[in-house]
Ligand binder design. Sequence first.
Ligand code: FAD
Ligand code: SF4
Ligand code: SF4
Length: 399
Amino acid sequence: MQVIEKIKKNRLCLGCGLCSSVVGQEKCEMRLVKTGFYEPEVKKPFTFSEEKAVKQLCPAVHVEARSHVGVWGNMLSACEAWSADAFIRHKAASGGVTTSLAIFALEHHLVDAVLQVGVRPDSYLYNELQVSRSREDILRNAQSRYAPALVFHQIKTILDSSSDLYAFIGKPCDIAAMQNLVRMCPQYEGRIKYFLSIFCAGMPSYNATLKAWQQSGHKDTPVALKYRGDGWPGKFTAQFDDGSTYQMTYNESWGKILGRDVAFRCKICPDGIGLLADIAIGDSWNTKDGYPDFTESDGKCFCMVRTKAGASLMDAAAKEEYIKSRPLNLQEVKNQQPYQYKRRKLAGWRLLPVQVMTGWLLHFEGLNLLSLALTANLRKGFRDMCGTYKRFRKELHGK
Ligand SMILES: Cc1cc2nc3c(=O)[nH]c(=O)nc-3n(C[C@H](O)[C@H](O)[C@H](O)COP(=O)(O)OP(=O)(O)OC[C@H]3O[C@@H](n4cnc5c(N)ncnc54)[C@H](O)[C@@H]3O)c2cc1C
Ligand code: SF4
Ligand code: SF4
């Protein structure tokens, strides 16, 4: 069976589009399927070397990191930070650090452009990679899109069309994909100067977005839609042609709808915390009773600075007053992100049944999964392993 068919059949595809870009759209085209996710459709058989390339490039099955330690992975420093620009801080998903770092890198000519996900200009819904070349472009693409995105379907065309240097912003699996591409194609070495990762708990389907705004009772589709931002966490807001809007709190949208329809691969994700990035950025939630408190307030991010390139970008942006920061106690992150903590501890247990049932299809390296699994509560680990086995069997056979 072709490797792509195997990845799809086992519900592992993330719909990123990298395979399509590398083998060419005439052989492999991205499609939106009825589950509300993108998938590649193979139109002509791949050669042996294309098969091999896809296996090495696909971020669903291949994540390769430097040897990480601990739950949160290697880092040079960690801080709590926010944009020094009150407009950006308010507009962005959390504290606007990602947007501010990108603007800083562009305005100080450290990069020629920023590669990041944003909504397609002709749509309120569909997301794909944008090449941001100005402050305005980067601001337009700020905030989180809790939905699929065609991140890489045009990446070779973009990289081949100039010798520009880029900052790349993405989910942890997007960072893994870009690094797989750079590793495989030496001509792209050095072209991505900064890898900025957002934290990620899962990619909901487009169907979940439709379900959320359709609760408004509107028959017409929205003219614009945002998932959060314009406040922290900010509201899910669908805007309609007649001038009306429909809103939901973050807890209602993510907690009750979006977070319940994420891709299967996200449920066994070994890295939602940007282990491969120069800087990983997440929500520095205020906590109440040991759990995140989603009451509206001024946004804050936590930043895990993992490499020297990341440290020099953070330091320079702070010095030029693009961001403000204060020290962060990593113990706080465990309370702010209990889901990510638990997922990292138990990922090894969750992955085991999938590895066995797919004939060891997944190649994850340097993520510290074995040691975390062995130090996790063994009863919980065993329970999660059995739960994943049942869920995976249901994904494959519907029972
Ligand atoms: C699907 C999803 C799940 C998330 N889960 C968590 C979580 O569990 N814990 C947590 O702390 N944070 C999570 N986040 C990240 C969080 O929402 C913020 O993006 C992060 O804290 C950075 O905040 P910021 O204010 O610096 O971002 P901003 O300055 O608003 O910048 C956000 C950046 O993210 C990029 N982006 C938006 N949507 C996507 C997407 N779908 N794919 C790739 N890139 C995208 C944008 O291009 C932009 O550059 C998630 C985000 C997404 C999209
Ligand atoms: S490269 Fe991306 S689109 Fe292709 S099979 Fe892998 S996850 Fe799916
Ligand atoms: S949970 Fe993991 S696999 Fe899923 S979108 Fe986020 S980083 Fe990618």
